[in-house]
Design a protein around this ligand. Structure first.
Ligand SMILES: [Cu+2]
Length: 153
């Protein structure tokens, strides 16, 4: 058994002994760093993927319509909503952002292009007939969001 202190001492001692390997030691460290960075990025991507999945806000179901509010302020919040296939959807966009960029919202798959008045709720209604991800975006396609339509279970 060796204590942590002994292991560290051994390591620092060995580095001077292996001075003939100094030339390959540095590339190895760089490789290690790149690998760590890669693994870190994959982890971040995975985390982001899972995080954005859970961030999808489920539409609230009423008797005959499923409804969800999206706040338009420097983007869309939430920018991912989940709805059920075959049931009418009403999205209430509450625009708080005065920039003209977010003035108009477009949902191409449902042929919707709607101007949003400032500090007002503007409703957009449609019925997704097929499961899938439908995107929506601002007039200039700079801010985007998605509507996940799923079969009701
Ligand atoms: Cu825009």
């Amino acid at each position: 058994m060796v204590s942590t202190g002994e292991v560290l001492a051994e390591k620092s001692g060995s580095s001077s002994e292996q001075s003939q390997f100094d030339k390959i030691e540095q590339p190895w460290q760089i490789k290690g760093g790149v690998t760590l960075l890669g693994v870190g990025l994959i982890g971040l991507e995975l985390w982001w993927f899972l995080f954005s999945k859970t961030r999808a806000k489920e539409a609230r179901r009423d008797r005959d319509i499923q409804e969800v509010e999206i706040i338009v302020d420097g983007g869309y919040n939430p920018d991912r909503i989940r709805v059920r296939v075959g049931e009418p959807v009403r999205i209430n966009f509450l625009r708080k952002d005065p920039s003209s960029c977010l003035e108009r919202v477009i949902i191409p798959d449902f042929q919707k292009a709607v101007d949003l008045s400032l500090n007002r709720r503007t409703s957009v209604e449609f019925t997704p007939e097929e499961a899938g991800d439908y995107s929506f975006h601002c007039g200039m396609n700079m801010f985007r969001g998605a509507i996940e339509a799923r079969q009701s279970s």
